[in-house]
Ligand binder design. Structure first.
Ligand code: ATP
Ligand code: MG
Length: 327
């Protein structure tokens, strides 16, 4: 079986962007592949986190994984900091990554522009991500479109290392969804929806109430053109249509056909309903799972044990190739 790897940062509560672009697609892969789904807390601290929020968010993401249908019997579900090999391999991979390449990463440029002080951690973020992926011999990485550049860098690093020594790392491919690989902010369709956005009207959380979901969709920016079309000239509306498609079986053309000639109001209230209907079972399951501390602990403990075995094997191999003396 091929290996699938992905992770989400506990840097806040998850948005429907995270759901549509990543999490939703994790579920169906579980039968066909050996999947590892991580909660990447080491990545989350590349932006300042309040310790108690980080603890809460980490368990929230885990409970959401389970509420969405990730199955610990099928997949390895674990917390990144429980497997120290991630940080150890990242250090080695840093020596196969060029400074210039990291400086060209869009995520680095955008995130460092927003912060007063640019941390080395955010610069090195893609190297840690490469380590996550390469540590497990990953073939496929289900992520949103915003992560494409990082996957390409991961491939580069793997190839560079393989060329320098011998075949060590599998060179992974991205697996981005056809619809909704890049959900945009509801307040600014030029930027992607992000859980760390300071304007909470820009995103819908998986765990938002039905009322808030509706409110945020009503407030979403559209345009003054007034026509109902799926077009780059109407990026706000286009984004809402993408969200509609992700939560229904309709294509963009079918959504347009359905609402053509109507105002945005009717479409928006239907959209709120479609999103709420899609999220309701997850929202309900989340509560019960999140309250079961013992169950959550058993899931991440077991997950870390299984991930560790794989990670240790790969790291040992890498250390040997590099020329470190085995202890
Ligand atoms: P942050 O703002 O802290 O970076 P984020 O919302 O970007 O948070 P990440 O944890 O960085 O979330 O990413 C988790 C997964 O969600 C990744 O696979 C990423 O590609 C995907 N993702 C994030 N935002 C979107 C989006 N707007 N549309 C589709 N997929 C997304
Ligand atoms: Mg992100």
């Amino acid at each position: 079986k091929k290996i699938v790897y992905s992770g989400i940062q506990p840097s806040g509560s998850l948005t429907i962007g995270n759901y549509i672009g990543a999490l939703k697609n994790f579920i169906g892969l579980q039968d066909e592949y050996n999947c590892l789904y991580c909660i990447v807390d080491l990545h989350a601290i590349t932006a300042p986190q309040e310790p108690k929020d980080l603890r809460k968010n980490t368990l929230d993401v885990l409970a959401l994984y389970l509420a969405c249908g990730l199955d610990p019997e099928k997949s390895i579900i674990y917390i990144q900091s429980h497997v120290p090999e991630h940080a150890e391999l990242a250090w080695v991979l840093n020596t196969y990554t060029s400074y210039g390449q990291l400086g060209r990463m869009t995520q680095f440029k955008e995130k460092s522009q927003k912060s007063k002080e640019v941390l080395a951690g955010i610069f090195n973020y893609p190297v840690l991500m490469a380590a996550d992926i390469l540590l497990y011999g990953t073939h496929l990485v289900p992520v949103g479109e915003d992560q494409r550049q990082h996957i390409e860098l991961t491939r580069d690093i793997a190839e560079r290392f393989n060329r320098r020594y011998s075949d060590t790392f599998e060179v992974p491919d991205i697996l981005a969804p056809k619809v909704g690989a890049r959900i945009m902010s509801l307040q600014d369709p030029a930027h992607k929806m992000s859980k760390s956005d300071e304007n909470s009207d820009g995103f819908i959380l998986i765990l938002d109430s039905e009322k808030d979901t509706e409110k945020k969709i009503k407030r979403a920016v559209t345009d003054s053109l007034g026509t109902f079309a799926y077009s780059d000239d109407q990026p706000g509306l286009k984004n809402l249509i993408d969200i509609y498609c992700a939560f229904s079986t309709l294509s963009a053309d079918e959504v347009v056909a359905k609402y053509e000639g109507q105002g945005y109001g009717a479409f928006k209230s239907d959209l709120a309903q479609v999103v709420n209907d899609g999220l309701r079972p997850i929202r309900e399951r989340f509560k019960t799972i999140r309250d079961d501390k013992a169950y959550l602990e058993s899931v991440y403990t077991e997950g870390a044990a299984r991930a560790s075995r794989m990670a240790q094997k790969m790291l040992r191999k890498v250390y040997k190739k590099v020329g470190f003396i085995p202890r």
